[in-house]
Design a protein around this ligand. Structure first.
Ligand code: CO8
Length: 258
C-alpha cells in the first residue's frame, strides 16, 4: 500500500480506515494532508475490494482546522492563482460511501471536512465550530454552505458570526451528526457501521448516496425523478435480481457488484 506522510491507512476486510496523523498540530490540514487524502480516497474508490471508508483523527482532535501557519503569509494572487484548497473537491467527488468519525475538536476546515463525509458519527467529546471569523476570515472549504444546509440558517449564522463551538449533544439535536457514541467506542462503532454498509450491494450503495446528495442540488421534482430513474436503472443489475430472490428465499443476498 502507498506510503503517506500525514495519514495512516489501514484496511480491515472491506473497510478502509484513514487516520489523520499530525498530532503535533492537532491534525491541522495543510497541502500535504490534502495531497495524501486525495491519493488515499482515489485508491479507495478504485479498489473493488473496499466498500466503505472511515476518516478519523485523534482523541483530542479530528482536525483543528486548516493549517494557519501555512496560510498566514499568503497573498491573494497566490491563493487565487493556485486555487488554494480547491483540491478538496476531489475528496467530495468520491463515489463510494465514507463516514467521518469525530472525537475532540473539529474546527474550521476540520468541521468542513467532517461535513464533506456522507455522515458524521461523533464521540461525546466532539466539538464542532467555524471559528475563522476570529482569524479575520471566513470558512473556505464549504463550511458556510454545508453547515447552513445541515443545521439551518440561524444556527449556522450564529456559529459563523461568533465562532462558538457546538458540543456533541447539540450537534446531534441540530442534525449535524447522525449519532453520538461514547468516545472510547467511537472507532469500533464507526467500523461496525462501515462494515454493515460494506456488506450491502455496492451499486445500490453508490446509487443511494447519489440520490441523497441530489437532494441538495435539485428541486424536489427533479430530485424525485432522478431517484426514480436510478431506481429503474438498478433493475438492470444482477444484484437487484439476487437481492429480491434472496428475500423471497429467506436468505442473505450474495452481491457481485454487477
Ligand atoms: N493550524 C496550525 N496549527 C495549529 C492549528 C491550526 N489550525 N490548531 C492548532 N495548532 C497547533 C498549535 O499552534 C500548537 O502548536 P505549537 O505547540 O507548535 O504551538 C499545537 O497545535 C497544539 O495546539 P494548542 O496548544 O493551541 O492546543 P490547546 O489544547 O491549547 O487548544 C484549540 C486547542 C482550541 C483547538 C486551539 O489549538 C485552536 O484554537 N486552534 C485553532 C482553531 C482554528 O482557528 N481553526 C480554524 C483555522 S482556519 C480554517 O480552518 C479555514 C478553513 C478554510 C481554508 C480554505 C482555504 C481556501
Amino acid at each position: 500500500m502507498a506510503e503517506y506522510e500525514t495519514i495512516l491507512v489501514e484496511r480491515r476486510d472491506a473497510v478502509t480506515l484513514v487516520t489523520l496523523n499530525r498530532p503535533q498540530a492537532l491534525n491541522a490540514l495543510n497541502s500535504q494532508v490534502l495531497a495524501d487524502l486525495i491519493a488515499a480516497f482515489a485508491a479507495y474508490d478504485a479498489d473493488d475490494s473496499q466498500r466503505c471508508l472511515v476518516l478519523t483523527g485523534s482523541e483530542k482532535a479530528f482536525a483543528a482546522g486548516a493549517d494557519i501557519k501555512e496560510m498566514s503569509g499568503q497573498g491573494f494572487a497566490e491563493m487565487y492563482g493556485s486555487n488554494f484548497f480547491g483540491g478538496w473537491e476531489k475528496v467530495t467527488a468520491t463515489r463510494k460511501p465514507w463516514i467521518a468519525a469525530v472525537a475532540g475538536y473539529a474546527l474550521g476546515g476540520g468541521c468542513e471536512v467532517a461535513m464533506m463525509a456522507d455522515f458524521i458519527l461523533a464521540a461525546d467529546s466532539a466539538k464542532f465550530g467555524q471559528p475563522e471569523i476570529k482569524l479575520g476570515v471566513t470558512p473556505g472549504m464549504g463550511g458556510s454552505q454545508r453547515l447552513a444546509r445541515a443545521v439551518g440558517k440561524s444556527k449556522a449564522m450564529e456559529m459563523c458570526l461568533t465562532g462558538r463551538m457546538m458540543d456533541a449533544a447539540e450537534a446531534e439535536s441540530a442534525g449535524l451528526v447522525a449519532r453520538v457514541v461514547p468516545a472510547a467506542g467511537l472507532i469500533d462503532e464507526a467500523m461496525k457501521v462501515a462494515a454493515a454498509i460494506a456488506a450491502m450491494a455496492p451499486l445500490a450503495a453508490i446509487a443511494n448516496k447519489e440520490m441523497v446528495n441530489a437532494a441538495f442540488e435539485t428541486t424536489l421534482a427533479q430530485g424525485v425523478t432522478f431517484e426514480r430513474r436510478l431506481f429503474h436503472g438498478l433493475f438492470g443489475t444482477e444484484d437487484q435480481k439476487e437481492g429480491m430472490a434472496a428475500f423471497v428465499e429467506k436468505r442473505p443476498g450474495k452481491w457481485t457488484g454487477k
